[in-house]
Structure formats: C-alpha cells, structure tokens
Design a protein around this ligand. Structure first.
Ligand code: SF4
Length: 279
C-alpha cells in the first residue's frame, strides 16, 4: 500500500523482479480483493471510453447535420457576410455541439447558437454578450475554469457541467420554427442519454424549457407539459429523479434591461449545485 492506502501496483507488474515470490507471500484473500479491484477499475475505464466514443459520435452527427434547410442556409449566409467586427475571422457556420464535462451533474440548455457568437466560434455561448454574462458567474462558482469564453481554443473547461442548446443552428431572429425544434430533438435525446450523471437540468428561457419538456413527454418521463410552468427560479423534481430549474435567458435583451441580473442568475446555479451535491 502507498501513503494513500492504494494497492502497490508494481507488486503485480510482470517487469518487477521478485514478483512471483512476493505475490506468493500475499494471502489468497488479498489477491482476490486486488483482482476484484482491478476488474472494477477496468470496467470503469471501459465505460468511460465508451462514453467518450458516444459523445464523439454525437459531435460528428451534429456538426454534419443538414436536416433544416432554412437554418443551414441562414448560418452559412451569416458566415459569408459576417459582422464588420469579425470580417477577418472564418465563421464556424455549422451546427454547434454541446461541450463540457462528460461526468457532468448539471446540464445547462440554451435556446440556440447566437448568429455572431456560437455560430462564429463553434462553442455554445462563446464570443457573445450572453456568454460574457454567464461565464463569470460559472467561474465564480467553480463550474468553469475561466471567466471568459472567446474561442474554442481558449482553454476554458467546465467542471461537473455540460452546456448545449435545444436547437443547434442559429435561427433568424432567435426564433426557430416548431418543426426545427422537433428536427433537432433527436440530438438532444442522444446527448441526454450520453450524460447519465446529470442530476439537474437548468433551462435558460422558455423555448429551452419547452424543448426539454417535449423530450420528457416523448421519452415517457412525464405525461403532459402543462404541469410544469416556466419561470425564473421555477423548480420541479421530475419522476425520473432529475430536477428541472428555470432561468431567464442571459441574452442582452434580458440583462441590459435588468430583467435578469447577476445575483438572480447566480442563485439558480447555487441551487443547482446544492441539488447536484456539489456544495
Ligand atoms: S437545427 Fe438541428 S436538426 Fe436542424 S440542421 Fe441544425 S443540427 Fe440539424
């Protein structure tokens, strides 16, 4: 055993001299225990690799999706015309996959990528006003390693948190059509299945809330959406044990008008962390 009480793995290394003699000196009970531990560790490692593979496949499926013609044309068009401030940049202009910690206990769902934010940078809430409001709060609470999100390669990592949206392509006027939300729901379902550790879902805005509720109805977790009323701070324990929290969306429309301030937003995430057992 080492100083932390972990088994001395070198004892079982085929390269270790005197291996056979020392192994014989162990009681058979200890050998069984260590073999069992080794199998458990191998099982965990295999599950972890499988999960990463599923998330990688999902990443591919989302970024190559062309199902909504209107949205794909709009995103590509934005990438060609570009905003004056970003004229020198190459826009992502593809569907934006979720990102974060594969072991996340909290899943944040937004509406859709911003036309010049995530549609430009390729990562949710990165490079726009909503992210400028959200990430400092997440960082202060220890859920993000940096207070600012500017690019996919900026080194920002999330802890115990996954961020995505119910629609993966930027919609004109931030208004996806109902059939576009339905088209994209398969990606959301696959993502939720790939994140089994999630205990709390935080929906940013009513469209994300309704999108998640539609998933719950389709998967048979709830019967009707009407029993779950959106509001800032709304909280429901769902039949499958996950807690649903509502927050106003951190769009400039809400944060510039004072409808949503930093304290209100932070309170939702403190609550999420408490429920998820992170504080
Ligand atoms: S919104 Fe979703 S379903 Fe539609 S094209 Fe984009 S990724 Fe595909």
């Amino acid at each position: 055993m080492d100083a932390n009480g972990n088994p001395d793995v070198e004892l079982f290394s085929p390269m270790s001299s005197g291996c056979t003699r020392r192994r014989t000196a162990l009681s058979s009970a200890n050998v069984k225990l260590l073999d069992k531990q080794s199998k458990i560790n191998q099982g965990k490692s295999t599950r972890s690799s499988k999960k990463l593979l599923v998330l990688q496949e999902l990443h591919e499926a989302i970024t190559t999706c062309e199902r909504c013609t209107r949205l794909r044309e709009y995103c590509r068009g934005i990438g060609e015309t570009r905003r004056k401030a970003y004229r020198d940049e190459v826009y992502w202009a593809r569907p934006v996959p979720g990102f974060g910690d594969p072991k996340a206990r909290i899943h944040v769902m937004g509406l859709a990528p911003g036309a010049h934010g995530a549609n430009r940078t390729g990562r949710p809430f990165t490079g726009d006003g909503s992210g400028d409001f959200m990430y400092p709060v997440l960082h202060e609470l220890g859920l993000a390693t940096k207070p600012k999100a500017v690019a996919r390669e900026d080194g920002l990592k999330l802890r115990n948190l996954w961020i995505s949206s119910v629609v993966r392509c930027a919609p004109p006027g931030d208004k996806p059509k109902p059939e576009e939300i339905r088209n994209c729901s398969g990606h959301l379902t696959a993502e939720i299945e790939a994140l089994p550790g999630v205990r709390v879902v935080v929906c940013l805005g009513k469209i994300a809330w309704d999108g998640y509720l539609a998933h719950l109805v389709a998967s048979g977790v709830i019967e009707r959406r009407s029993a779950y009323v959106f509001g800032h701070g709304a909280e429901y324990l769902l039949p499958h044990g996950v807690t649903l929290l509502g927050s106003y969306h951190p769009s400039l429309r809400n944060t510039n008008t004072g409808r949503l301030d930093r304290v209100m937003f932070a309170r939702v995430f403190v609550k999420a962390m408490e429920i998820a057992g992170l504080v």
